[in-house]
Design a protein around this ligand. Sequence first.
Ligand code: GTP
Ligand code: MG
Length: 250
Amino acid sequence: MEQPQKNLNLDQLETFRNSLARFMMYYKFGMQEVSTKIDILKQEFQYVHSYNPIEHVKSRLKTPQSIIGKAKRKNYDLTIESIRENIRDIAGIRIVCAFTSDIYRVAGMVMQQKDLTVVDYKDYIDAPKSNGYQSLHLVIQVPVFMSDRVEQVYVELQIRTIAMDFWASLEHKIYYKYDKDVPQKLRDDLKEAADTIACLDKKMEKIHKEMQAIRVTNDRKDKPTDPDHTTKELTNLSMNYLSILFNDHL
Ligand code: GTP
Ligand code: MG
């Protein structure tokens, strides 16, 4: 593979630009594959459990400029091979859930998909970063089927609650505003806010569990006690109606 080392001539630069464009395409496809999987899980879960564990999903591709910037910062070789192996967040998907338990539920559903390989798992909820940052991070590999080969593409998943996301976006803005040199007072305030958020998430989880328990009790109350009830009801339906119903679902 062509190497964008120092003193490239114009032809070499053009060739590198083309390989980079092709390389970026794999990540776009990989991200689409994983986004579709997440969307399927979301819709199926809603259908089966009448409950949606995912509030929203955002995905992004790193720009070539930011990939090269990271490679330089981390002292990685500026070659396609080195970027492919070392920079594993070129494709990133952020999944925002309402409750902490949903984070692990969603992660579990993703991790058990046979065609995905989990290569990294960092639980910053169980062990938050020293600044207070919380999220569950996964790096997975997804196969992308091209016309002549299968490319394994890394995709970074960040799964967090709405409250964690709120905190992280503010912290990110502050970090960039101060060009990474955030005054100690602000750091302390942010850490305090992170602790409050962790506490809030725990409270919301507790209320959510209570609500679920109430729903289960109500569902049980609503269910007919006679086990033959449904069968009898069905037999009472006219065949005409059943055939309409059946055709409707084809
Ligand atoms: P990178 O080299 O940045 O990828 O770091 P890493 O390989 O140690 O990965 P890590 O899992 O710690 O972080 C990956 C991503 O999570 C970052 O690019 C951010 O999007 C997010 N992140 C991690 N730490 C923080 C933080 O303290 N604040 C905010 N706002 N986001 C963070
Ligand atoms: Mg990163």
